[in-house]
Write a protein that binds this ligand. Structure first.
Ligand code: ASP
Length: 308
């Protein structure tokens, strides 16, 4: 095979003792739908960009993951979502921040990349642009899931906002993302998220920020992150990995290890990422208790994982 793909459903995993066999099956099924959708495109000689978008759409439509349908509630009880897509062949990128009622934020990010002269759009302006290019909207009910509502009820009267703290039994969430290498030798990355439960409205995380939560460059790597966004922003995680490869000549594995297992840990940046390079090497490091993840490597071997 000349292609490969990896994806994540968030670094904030449910506490192992609460993962019933049914729930485990449901999470793995969601990951499987997504890896299948992405890989199908790669098998048919589609592009890495198309593949990561297809994988992320599946994850956005799957209520267990914190993106699209399963997006968490912010402090005022709304769903504000962030998404980004980037392709390594020409460094083209599109991102959206703080958008509401967009059924698949990744499609809007893709439209920003392909149908506008801009890279990043936020809030009302992004939604107006979405209307102008025919992106599908969904009403608030679509984004209501009982699980997310309960998570929010636990937090809404506080100023706390939360990542997927495994210590907090009810709080399962996670950004989603994918990276891929296509048969033309190009790589791409996509990330989509509802952010963190009970976040201040208007708060934007790392996911839609090129270089922080999402990055792709054929000369180095494609990365999609998940974790405590504030720390991932400050550590410029995705671009830092790319720089370690570009300027220091490190391998994907070495660069990922330094950033996720050392630099992020030192500043308390809980989370992980999926990464691929143009040779098809895949890395899925995380410093949290778990990270929902799946991959299909160049040899066609499929893997799934939740915990270490
Ligand atoms: N990184 C995301 C954010 O901070 C959250 C997550 O990955 O779970 O918005």
């Amino acid at each position: 095979m000349s292609h490969a793909i990896a994806l994540h459903g968030g670094a904030g995993t449910i506490a192992p003792e609460l993962l019933t066999p049914e729930l485990e099956k449901a999470y793995l099924h969601g990951l499987d739908l997504a890896i299948y959708a992405g890989n199908k495109i790669l098998l048919a000689n589609g592009t890495a960009t198309e593949a990561v978008a297809a994988a992320v759409i599946e994850l956005e439509n799957y209520p267990l993951f914190n993106a699209g349908k399963g997006a968490v509630f912010n402090h005022v009880g709304k769903h504000e979502m962030d998404a980004a897509i980037m392709q390594g062949i020409d460094l083209m990128a599109g991102t959206v921040a703080g958008v509401k009622n967009i059924k698949n934020p990744i499609l809007l990010a893709q439209a920003v990349m392909t149908q506008s002269a801009h890279v990043m759009m936020a809030g009302d302006g992004a939604e107006a642009f979405a209307k102008s290019v025919g992106i599908e909207f969904a009403d608030d009910d679509y984004f209501y899931t009982e699980q997310r509502y309960k998570q929010w009820l636990d937090l809404k009267d506080s100023s706390n906002y939360q990542l997927d703290h495994s210590a907090n039994p009810g709080n399962k969430m996670g950004t989603v993302g994918a990276v891929a290498l296509d048969s033309f030798g190009n790589i791409a990355a996509a990330t989509s998220t509802g952010g963190m439960t009970n976040k201040q409205f208007g708060r934007i995380g790392d996911s839609p920020v090129i270089g922080a939560g999402t990055y792709a460059n054929n000369h180095t790597c494609a990365i999609s992150c998940t974790g405590h966004g504030e720390l991932f922003l400050r550590a410029v995680v995705a671009y830092d990995i790319s720089c370690l490869m570009e300027y220091k000549g490190l391998s994907l594995k070495e660069a990922c290890n330094i950033v996720v297992m050392d630099k992020l840990v030192k500043i308390g940046g809980e989370g992980g990422l999926v990464a691929i390079d143009a040779k098809g090497n895949i890395e899925m490091p995380f410093n949290s208790e778990g990270m929902y993840r799946a991959s299909i490597n160049m040899a066609g071997e499929k893997t799934f994982g939740i915990y270490k």
